[in-house]
Every structure is written in C-alpha cells, then in structure tokens.
Design a protein around this ligand. Structure first.
Ligand code: ADP
Ligand code: VHF
Length: 375
C-alpha cells in the first residue's frame, strides 16, 4: 500500500550510466531488456507504477559518434547527449512496446525543479502519463544545462523525481550491491551495510566517488539523494543492476543492497521542494523573538520581527531565514518583494506607522531546519 493510501505503490527506478554502457562504450542492450521486462512484469502483476530515470545519453552518444570521453569538451559532451538521448529512447520505445507499453520522455534541468510552477507542471505531466499506463522516462536535459546549473549526476535528479512523482520507493540500480564501509575498489576489506536508519555524518564520510569513467558522482551523490528522499518519506534502496529479480526482491522487502529507511516524520511535498529544490534569492534577518516564534512556536513571520533584508527579489521568491547572529535556520517564500520590505523597514526605523500584521512569510511556506531533519 502506498503512503498516501492510493492503494498501489509508486516506484522511481534510476539506472546509471555505468550500468547502461559496455566497456567498449556501446549500450548494454541485454541489461536494458532485462530491466524493462522486470518493470513491465511487476507493473502487470502487482499494479505497481514505475517511473524510470535513465542516464546513458552521453555514453551512448560517444559510442555512436566514435568519440573518446577523455578528449572532449563540454559542448561536445552536450552534442553527444543530443545524439545519445535519441538512441536511448529508440531502444526504450522498442523494448517497452514488446510488453504493450508506450513510453514518454521528460528531459529536465535544475531550473525546471527550482521554479515552483514548472515543478508542478512536470508533476501533472508525470501523473497524466501514469494514469494512462505510459512509462515516464526521465533524464537531465544535458544539451541545454550549462555546467553551473547542471545536476551532473542523475542520483540527485532521481531523488527530486521521487518527490515530483510522490513515489514511496526510490531504487538506485548501479554497478555495486550497495553502500560499503569504504569504497571496495580501494579497500578490499570493506563490508556491505544492509540497512541505514539515519544518514549520519559517518555514512556521508564513507561514501566515495564514481567507480568507472562512465559513472558520475559515485556513492557520494547516492547518499545525498537518499537524504533528500528519506526526509520526504521515500524509502531508498541501492542495489546491483544484475541481481536476479532485483526489483521484485527490493519491493518485497528482501535484504538486497542497502536500504535507507524513510523518515517516520516526513516533511510535506511542498516543504521538501522548498528545502531541496530552489537556491534562495535573498535573506531575511529576524530578531531573537521572531526566531523563537518561528522555530518553537510554529508561527508565521510578521513584519515587526524583521530586522534586515539582503538581496533583490520579487514577491514569491525563496529566501533564507537567518537569526540575529546571521546563522541560517530555515527557508521560506516571501510574500513581498525586497523593495517593499526595505521601504517598510525604513518607515519602521523612522518611527512611522506600518501595518504590523503583514505576514512576510506564511507558516505553510516555510521550512525550519530542525523540523526538516527530525525523525
Ligand atoms: N563506500 C562505498 N561503497 C560502495 N561503492 C562505493 C563507495 N564509495 C565509492 N563507491 C563507488 O561508487 C560506484 C557507483 O557509482 P557510479 O560509478 O557513479 O555509478 P552509476 O553510474 O550507477 O551512478 C561504485 O562502483 C564504487 O566504486
Ligand atoms: N544525464 C547524463 C547522466 C549523468 C550520469 O552519468 O549520471 P550517473 O548515472 O548518476 O552516473 C547522461 O544521460 O549521460
């Protein structure tokens, strides 16, 4: 049963570049076929809904064009992705069609996730596809994403897709059967960790980088993704792509890979988005009393508690909330532009009358670090 009582589970499966490419750079077609047929079978037998996050566009493009990864520039990588994405989808279309399933492609950038309206639009599209039994296949839009705003790795993208799709499970399929106490490529004595209840600093410390030239991010980005997803109530499993019946076993709760338990007190979807997706456009500094009211009292931020405004932003922008010492304690959506707020602050300082009940950030549009990391 799903967490919101839909009656059916919704699962995001991410398959990494290292699993979609052979050593010679060509696409690992037999593995793709195997994964597609397990997804199709489980969907049919259990009613489970799947969303696929598939890497491999750059790797497939390099193979098709005969280019070597070591010698190419960023625009050439993007060109390779443009070529490879077509190939990837051509194969997915054919492989899912063998099971009578149509596929739909969604290419996303970080900017699409940061913008609340686009985030909601993507969610509506994903839901519409799922309702009609179409398989959403998602990748980063590598051809338009410049370096500074790229996800780069698809693990973080997959965690955000799990939020978008309101999934209850995220499965990260990779070239190793879970998180080890150290990178086994460097430390052969390392052992697999079967279950992680809370992602501690120690867990983050043991996660190393990518294991092959095809992979990006390694365990480090998988743990970061697991943190985003588990805080939002999504269970995460890192498992080996070649484990027989891997998805069936993961979803059946069998001890495969590393399972990261979902938080028992997950933050809402809106707050998860606020917490993880957008970069703040400005800062609101509040006084001690307001900080206490927000942290402990669960209150909205009213004008009298505001001390300083930093940055230039419009009404509806995401802002960071900082206390008297300048330390950040949360994020929120400002109901006013920085200009309006600065004008009010000037009037307040001059002793003029300002409407004290102006709600600068509403409680529902605010996330406080303590509540986000609890549970
Ligand atoms: N503590 C660890 N436990 C397991 N694997 C690790 C660890 N630290 C780093 N790695 C590396 O992470 C790699 C998987 O990530 P990556 O290469 O990015 O694959 P993918 O393309 O599937 O995302 C493994 O092959 C392994 O070498
Ligand atoms: N979007 C890129 C994938 C980036 C990547 O390699 O990520 P990952 O699968 O996490 O190692 C592509 O399709 O080539």
């Amino acid at each position: 049963m799903s967490r919101d009582g839909r009656g059916r589970r919704r699962v995001v499966v991410k398959i990494g570049s290292s699993s979609l490419t052979e050593a010679d750079g060509s696409l690992a077609l037999s593995r793709m076929r195997q994964m597609v047929s397990e997804v199709a079978r489980l969907g049919r037998e259990t009613g489970c809904q799947f969303v696929l996050v598939s890497s491999g566009a750059i790797a497939a493009g390099l193979g098709r064009l005969g280019w070597q990864r070591a010698h190419i520039s960023m625009p050439e990588k993007q060109a390779a992705a443009a070529v490879g994405q077509v190939l990837l989808m051509e194969h997915y279309e054919r492989l899912f069609a063998e099971h009578g399933i149509a596929v739909g492609q969604i290419l996303m950038t970080r900017a699409d996730v940061e913008d609340r309206k686009r985030f909601v639009n993507i969610r509506n599209t994903v839901m519409a596809l799922l309702q009609r039994g179409v398989m959403p296949i998602i990748n980063e839009n590598d051809t338009v994403a410049v370096e500074e705003i790229r996800f780069g790795d698809n693990d973080t993208l997959a965690a955000l897709v799990a939020l978008v799709a309101e999934a209850d499970t995220l499965v990260l399929l990779t070239d190793i059967d879970g998180l080890y106490t150290a990178n086994p490529r460097q430390d052969p004595t390392a052992t697999r960790i079967a279950e992680v209840e809370v992602i501690t600093d120690e867990i983050e410390r043991i996660a190393g980088g990518a294991g092959s030239s095809a992979g990006t991010g390694g365990m480090r980005t998988k743990i970061a993704a697991a943190k985003i997803a588990t805080q939002s109530g999504v269970e995460v499993v890192i498992a080996h792509r070649d484990e027989p019946r891997v998805l069936e076993r993961v979803l059946g709760g069998e001890p495969v890979g590393t399972r990261f338990l979902a938080s028992r007190e997950p933050v809402s979807l809106r707050k998860s988005w606020l917490l993880h997706a957008p970069k703040p456009e400005g800062t609101l500094q509040v006084d001690h009393g307001a900080m206490r009211a927000l942290i402990a009292g669960g209150k909205s931020l009213l004008l009298p508690g505001l001390v300083q405004v930093h940055g230039e932003f419009q009404e509806g922008a995401v802002v960071e909330l900082v206390g008297p010492t300048g330390a950040a304690f949360g994020k929120g959506i400002s109901n006013f532009s920085s200009r309006d707020l600065a004008e009010w602050l000037a009037k307040k300082r001059a002793g003029e009358d300002v409407h004290a009940l102006h709600e600068v950030v509403h409680r529902n549009d605010m996330v406080i670090w303590t509540e986000a990391t609890a549970g």
